[in-house]
Design a protein around this ligand. Structure first.
Ligand SMILES: [Zn+2]
Length: 197
């Protein structure tokens, strides 16, 4: 016996989310059936406006609700240092390190031979547009994976041509790991032990 069409439609929607298989999708659909109508409407409303409300910061590429993010807009931060990361998730991870007060730049990915992604597919041009006399150091904090290391290498070569002090965090982070899984202390050590590239 098949599920009613409306039930199936919701199951199919849930299945599009990462890590949600058929059984989990059905369980979620049953849960929605048991929820208060008010909560379901709130959920639907938040979901339907989510993509319109969340933008990428025009300066650094981090997620925000306006044109530019709170970090770029904060005059109390150190505007002479930029930490380059792969994704907005990594900004939140680095922010756990209370000792870091600089700015960020989000690449939105890495160079990847398998996926056919090159430097041109990343948010790099806007990074170079930011490099004025005020910028003293760029810290490359891509993940310690093959793709992350390749991206760091390419980026450092371009930055060195511009005579910008470029450093790489890595110390203490296990090879193949992701920055957003690292704890605060590991990230702090990694940042403090950064090496010039
Ligand atoms: Zn920003």
């Amino acid at each position: 016996m098949n599920y009613p069409k409306a039930f199936d439609d919701l199951v199919e929607c849930f299945k599009r989310l990462p890590g949600i298989g058929g059984k989990s999708a059905e369980r979620l659909a049953y849960h929605v059936l048991s929820m208060d109508k008010e909560h379901v409407q709130e959920f639907a409303s938040v979901l339907s406006t989510f993509q319109d409300k969340i933008h990428y910061c025009k300066i650094c590429g981090h997620i925000c609700e306006g044109d530019t993010c709170d970090i770029c807009n904060d005059p109390t931060r150190d505007h002479s240092t930029i930490c380059v990361v792969e994704s907005p998730k990594d900004v939140f991870a680095m922010e756990k390190v209370k000792e870091y007060h600089g700015l960020y730049h989000v690449l939105h990915g890495t160079i990847s031979i398998i996926d056919g992604k090159t430097m041109d597919d990343l948010n790099i041009q806007s990074l170079f547009n930011r490099l004025d006399d005020q910028i003293k150091e760029v810290i490359i904090a891509t993940n310690p994976t093959r793709e992350g290391e390749t991206t760091a290498l390419f980026l450092s070569k371009l930055l060195n041509k511009k005579n910008i002090t470029t450093s790489r965090i890595a110390n203490g982070l296990p090879i193949g790991s992701n920055i957003d899984y690292a704890d605060e202390l590991t990230l702090l050590k990694s940042l403090e032990g950064r090496k010039k590239m």
